[in-house]
Design a protein around this ligand. Sequence first.
Ligand code: ZN
Length: 112
Amino acid sequence: MPHSKAVRFMNITEFKTVTENRTVSIGYKCDCCGKFISGDMPDNWHEFEGHHESWGNDSIDSYKYYQVCSPKCYLKMLHEAIEHFEEYSTAIINGYSVEFLRELLKYCDIDE
Ligand SMILES: [Zn+2]
């Protein structure tokens, strides 16, 4: 292999305005009913997460986030989240155990 000489080029700079394309947040969509709102998440919306705590590294990857526009959509999303995490022995949704939430939802009528 031939011995290479280190060559240094002088870096010439200039001050310029640069435009670039990148992903930016334009609003929020309810994961339950699909309602879209542009800008920041309104105060009366709710975001929660669920994850399982079963042994293994995949519990870190299990985090799932939900955004809902109303208490009604929240209850519906809770049902979905419980079904999603049903297979794990320990799962936490919105800070509560799946077992507790399953009992709680027995007292909530969402079909009105
Ligand atoms: Zn909704």
